[in-house]
Every structure is written in structure tokens, then in C-alpha cells.
Design a protein around this ligand. Sequence first.
Ligand code: ACO
Length: 448
Amino acid sequence: PENVGILAVEMYFPTSYVSQEELEVHDGVSKGKYTIGLGQDKLGFCTDCEDVISMSLTVVKSLMEKYGVSPNSIGRLEVGSETVIDKSKSIKTNLMELFEESGNGDVEGVDSTNACYGGTAALFNCINWVESTGWDGRFGLVVAADVAVYAEGPARPTGGAGAVAMLIGPNAPFVMERSYTSSQMSHAYDFYKPVLASEYPVVDGKLSTTCYLKALDLCYRRFCDKYSKKEGQPFSLADIDYVVCHSPYNKLVQKSFARLVYNDYLQSPNLVGEEVAAKLEPFAHLSHDDSLVNRDLEKLAQQVAKPQYDEKVGPTTLLPKVVGNMYCAALYGGLVTLIHNKAESLVGKRLVFFSYGSGLASSMFSFRVRAVESPFSLSAIAEALDITSKLESRIEVTPEKFGKAMHLGETRYGANDYIPTSSIKELRAGTFYLTKVDDKYRRFYSRK
Ligand code: ACO
């Protein structure tokens, strides 16, 4: 098969959100700490009638309906998530309910889990399958979905929730350039979930950002190396039109792009232009570890990178800023934002992605964008995503109500024998929701 990649995308995020500006006041932190310090505008969250399974059901059903994809035409379904509802039963098995009527149970794949990286593992699995001798001609389907919630404290404003589904196959508009893919995998305790009775992670916030930026550097250097070995010419930001980074909060994405500029400078000062090179020169001889914690370099690199950031990263940031960290879905929320903003004008462009999951697993990979016929044309995808009306249908709630929802979530996590109490009135038509968890912990869903 040729031009294997992403054919179509659907996204869901909850209707309820809290404003970060209001949260600053409520939490008694200094003005601007969440909005400027973290770069976040709003935080979307699930009430007790929604969870990672309902969001996944919503995006899969909706994608199949919007693109007229029959359940029989899907041969692999992979879910990436770190939201643990069950330690054995995969979210994928819940999604098979949507295939029952069609009689298609011949669907490979289960869940992949490693913090925010699972969606990328799922994507690679599906692409590899289509490119393999095991491929039977049917579509792959990837779901990246998570509910990101933190205990009260500095990490709580970096929560969020969402799900993205991606249809995988040949002749795609987003063609993966598989051979340049680079990874950095290592062992770190930066963010992990060892307390099985709680949905909240244990986080070393500062360590997690350093681990993230270090992994980014290593992936970028390896990506550049692989490219130049294969193509016989150096690779730099000049070869990239858009950069989509995993976004726990926007400030880290700003820092990430600044690191890419610094890496280009280290590769060759010519790559960044005389003026920028002169500014970065005092930092040329820092050790890698020192460069990661040098505050002057961090500030300066962000400053010199700003014009290119606005052009190459800015168009990918809306949804992660107004929904929040969606863990596995956050990176693909960046892709959705880019399609929403740029649609047909993406044709011919190269998009580079950086995926990071604490613990840690990370990869950098790229797509070339092609013009294809409807229903998988870029304008058709942008129209089907309908981000504007999804955003307009959201409802702002107070920080107090958000706090109560988090508290209710704590009592619901791992619980049985209850009926969700939140209203489904605000849910958009076509949204799945949780109707009951019975005494045997079995979960039941309906569609609005
Ligand atoms: N106005 C403007 N900026 C402000 C203000 C203000 N009033 N107050 C603080 N800031 C800035 C700080 O200067 C800092 O900016 P800088 O990083 O550019 O220097 C930023 O706000 C953050 O403030 P800090 O005090 O450094 O950090 P805080 O203790 O609030 O914690 C953190 C931030 C670590 C990101 C926390 O929210 C967290 O632990 N989040 C979860 C972990 C995470 O997301 N890690 C990322 C990778 S792993 C993953 O994806 C889960």
C-alpha cells in the first residue's frame, strides 16, 4: 500500500469547562500564573456521567457515521489511554459494542498504556499493520483518549479531558514519513500512578518538564540524523512547516520550540541566521544537562524563537489551551487544531510531531500532507470536525462547581452500584454517557 497515514479525524471534548482566570482568583495564586505562567485559557472536565469510555464511544461512532465507514471495514482498532477504569479489561473491548450489530468481531488490537504516549503507540501499531504482510485491506482505527485530573495544588490547573479518533489506511492526506521516526525511551519517576485506589498521579512537576525537554532534544537530534543519512542533506526547522508538540500546558510547548532553535544553532550556527547565532553564542558550550536548567538560555531562546513559533506552532495550540491536557489526546488535539485553522492550505506541507509520555517514552515523527478527494479531503475533514460549534456549545462553570466535580470523581473512582447524578442536558447530541455502574462494577452507556 502507498501513502499510508491518517485519512480522517474526529474529536470530542466535554461541554463543561472552568476559566483559568477564575481559577487563579479561586486558588488565591497571583494573577497571570495559570494564563501567562502556564499559558492556559480554559480547562475542560468530565462530570460523573462521562468517562474515558463514553468519550471513546462518542468519537468512534461519530467518525464512522460522518465518513460512512462501515464497522465491517475496520480490521484493527487500537486505543491509547492512561485512564485506568479496569486493570484487565481494555477500553477497546467496550468499543466492540459498536461493532456487534455488524457481526464484525475480527478486529485486532487492544489498549496501549504509558502516560501520554499510548495514543502514539496505537498510531504506530495501526500504521505498521497497514504496511505489513498481515494487512487485509481494511482500515485501522486509533483512539487516543484520557481524563487528566490532579489532586489540589499546582498541577490541578494542568488537567483536561478529551478523545481523538483517527482512521488509518493507504492514499491518506496525512502520509507518515515512517523512516525518520526517532525515539527516546528511559526510566524516570517524573509522573506515575502507583496509588491504584486513586485516579490522581504522583508528580514531580519540575523533573517532568526537564525529562520532557531532554527527550525532545534527543528525539530531534536523532530525527535530524536519520533524515540526513537517508537524504544526504542536513535537516533543520527550515524543513518543517508545522511543529505539533504534546501539550501538558502551552508554556512547555513554547519552551520546546525554543529548544529546537537552540538545537539547530548547536548543529550549525548558519541554520539560525547571524543575529540569533550571536545571541545564542554565550550558551554554545554548556553541557546538555546544564543547558536544560539554564534560565537565561530558556528566556533568550524563547525570545529569539518567537517569530517562528507564531508561524509554525501557533496554529496548533488552540484546543490544548482551551481544553487542557488531554494526556494521550493532547498531541492529536494539536493536529485537530491545525486542520481547523489551515484546512486545504496544509497541502504539500511537512508536519513534525513530538509525543511524550512520562516514565518515559517519547518519539518524533513526521507527516507529509497530500491533496485527496472527498470524503478524506482536508476541507471535508475540517468541516466534519466542526470545532467552532463544538467550542460554542460549551458551558462555563464556576471553580466551586469544578472543585465539587473533582471531589465527586474521587468518590466515584473504583466505586460500584451507583447511578450518575450529573445532568445530561448540556451534552451535545450524539454524545455517549454513563447511565449506571452495577453491583458487579459493570458499566452501562447510552447515546444522547
Ligand atoms: N504571571 C505570569 N507568570 C507567572 C506568574 C504570574 N503571576 N506566576 C508564576 N508564573 C510563571 C513562572 O515564572 C513559571 O514560568 P517559567 O516556567 O517560564 O519560569 C510558570 O508560571 C510556572 O510556575 P512555577 O511556580 O514554576 O510552577 P508551579 O509550581 O506552578 O507548577 C507545573 C507548574 C510544574 C507545570 C505544575 O503545574 C505541574 O506539576 N503540572 C503537571 C506536570 C506536567 O504537566 N508536566 C509536563 C510533562 S509530563 C505530562 O504531560 C503530564
